[in-house]
Design a protein around this ligand. Structure first.
Ligand code: UDP
Length: 316
C-alpha cells in the first residue's frame, strides 16, 4: 500500500514507518519537525517537511495513497494545561485540516493515535473501551475531540477509521527511539541517571493507594504497539470507526520500573521521593481484550525487554 504517515519523524511514528517499510509498503512521512527529528525518518521513506494544514492536500491529491496513519500531535500534558489553545489548534485544528484534505483527495482510510488520556481518572481497572471518557487535561480532551470527529466522518463521509488508545509506550527499534527535547516520561528519565546526565530520578508520589505507594502504569513495547497499527490498517472499513485500547492488562509501579532499570543497566540509579505530580491517576491499566479478540493482537515483549531496548537506544 502507499501510506502517508503524519508525525513519522517522531518516536512512535518513526518506529511504525520502519515496520511499514519492512512489510513492503511505500511510506511518505509528513512532519513539520517541530518536535520530531529528520534523521529519525527511516531510510526508504520520503520526508515532506510541512504542517498538515499547509501540506496534507498537496501531498495526498492525485498521488494514489491508500491510507493515512496519523501520529502528528502535541503530546505534553503539562504544556496543554499551561497553553490549551496550542493543543486545540495543534491537535484538533491540524487534524481537521488533514481530514478535510483526505476527503478532497478521496482517501478515506485512517489509523489514528489516540490515548489513555481520553478516559481521565478511571472508575475501575482495567479500562474498557466502553468506559466513560472524561479527560482531565486539554491534551486528552483534544485527542477525544479528534476521535469524535472520526466517528462523525465515518458516518457522514464513509471514512474507515481505527483509533488506537495508547497507554504507556516504551522501548525502541534500533535507531528509532524516544528523543524528546522536553522529556517527561519515566523510563527515559530513569535511564538519564544511568547515563550520568542526571543525579537521581524523582519519584512523583509515594502515598497512592497501590501496593508500594507509587503509581501503576501499563507499559507496552513500541514494537508491539507498532504491530497493532499494521493490523489496524487491514481492519479499516468504510463507514466504521473502531476504537481499541493498547495495553497489556497489567501494570508496574514506578518503583518496579526503577528496579528493572537498575537490573538492566547495572547502575545504582538513586531515587528521590517527592510529591505527587498534579493530575496523575493512581492506576492506569488497559483491558486489551477487544483488540485481542478482533485482531489477534497481544503484547509479546516484557518490561525488561522495553528497558533493554530503550537503554540500547539511549547509549547510541
Ligand atoms: N514519573 C516519575 N518520575 C518521572 C517521570 C514520571 O515518578 O521523572 C511517574 C509519573 O508520575 C507516573 C509514571 O511515572 O506515575 C509514568 O509517567 P509518564 O510520564 O512516563 O507517563 P504517563 O503515565 O504520565 O503518561
Amino acid at each position: 500500500m502507499k501510506l502517508l504517515v503524519t508525525g513519522g519523524a517522531g518516536y512512535i511514528g518513526s518506529v511504525v514507518s520502519a515496520q511499514l517499510l519492512e512489510a513492503g509498503h511505500e511510506v511518505v512521512v509528513l512532519d513539520d519537525l517541530s518536535t520530531g527529528h529528520d534523521d529519525a525518518v527511516p531510510a526508504g521513506a520520503r520526508l515532506v517537511r510541512g504542517t498538515l494544514r499547509d501540506s496534507a492536500f498537496e501531498v495526498l491529491d492525485g498521488a494514489g495513497f491508500d491510507a493515512v496513519l496519523h501520529f502528528a500531535a502535541k503530546s505534553l500534558v503539562g504544556e496543554s494545561v499551561a497553553n490549551p489553545a496550542k493543543y486545540w489548534d495543534g491537535n484538533v485544528g491540524e487534524s481537521l485540516a488533514l481530514f478535510d484534505a483526505m476527503r478532497r483527495a478521496g482517501v478515506g482510510r485512517i489509523v489514528f493515535s489516540s490515548t489513555a488520556a481520553t478516559y481521565g481518572e478511571p472508575e475501575s481497572t482495567p479500562i474498557l473501551e466502553t468506559d466513560p471518557t472524561r479527560p482531565t487535561n486539554p491534551y486528552g480532551a483534544s485527542k477525544l475531540a479528534i476521535d469524535t470527529i472520526l466517528t462523525e466522518y465515518a458516518r457522514l463521509y464513509g471514512f474507515g477509521a481505527v483509533s488506537l488508545r495508547y497507554f504507556n509506550v516504551a522501548g525502541a527499534l534500533g535507531p528509532q527511539g524516544e528523543r524528546h527535547t522536553v522529556e517527561t516520561h519515566l523510563i527515559p528519565n530513569v535511564l538519564k541517571v544511568a547515563l550520568g546526565e542526571k543525579d537521581a530520578v524523582s519519584v512523583f508520589g509515594t502515598d497512592y493507594p497501590t501496593e508500594d505507594g507509587t503509581c501503576v502504569r501499563d507499559y507496552v513495547h513500541v514494537v508491539d504497539l507498532g504491530r497493532a497499527h499494521l493490523l489496524a490498517l487491514d481492519d479499516t472499513e468504510s463507514g466504521a470507526h473502531r476504537i481499541y485500547n493498547l495495553g497489556s492488562g497489567s501494570g508496574y509501579s514506578v518503583n518496579e520500573v526503577v528496579e528493572v532499570c537498575r537490573a538492566v543497566t547495572g547502575h545504582a540509579i538513586p531515587a528521590v521521593y517527592g510529591d505527587r505530580r498534579p493530575g496523575d491517576p493512581a492506576v492506569l491499566v488497559a483491558s486489551s481484550e477487544k483488540i485481542n479478540a478482533a485482531l489477534g493482537w497481544k503484547p509479546e515483549r516484557d518490561l525488561t525487554q522495553m528497558v533493554t531496548d530503550a537503554w540500547g537506544f539511549a547509549r547510541r
